[in-house]
Design a protein around this ligand. Sequence first.
Ligand SMILES: [Zn+2]
Length: 126
Amino acid sequence: MNFKSASIQVVDRNGTIVIQDGILIESDKVCAIYDINEGFFKFECATRLELNTVLTAHHLRMKDLEEEERLCSECGVPMQEGFYFESDAKQYCSEKCLMQVITWEDYLSMHDNGNGDAYWTDWYDC
Ligand SMILES: [Zn+2]
């Protein structure tokens, strides 16, 4: 069976953690959340859409831990948006950090009006 998994937490609408160490398991037949500490599947659905619907009905949502660990390559702060360089997968939280490694002129030539491999982007879920 072909499936992928990701480390996640489940939080309620106040941000309180409901599942501390969860694994999201996704395949073409199942989409489920496994609770490592309790040792069983908390949510078992057929699709991601169905899972999200169930979570929303319980006023819960998933936090993808791997995605939240996006850190500035220069100063190391967690970031949700910033400058991204596709060529070497580096990212910078601000112009200040960007300027530590590249001049604005060089950035603009890499950016190439949006056709290049360096650009400002964000990683928000929705
Ligand atoms: Zn930075």
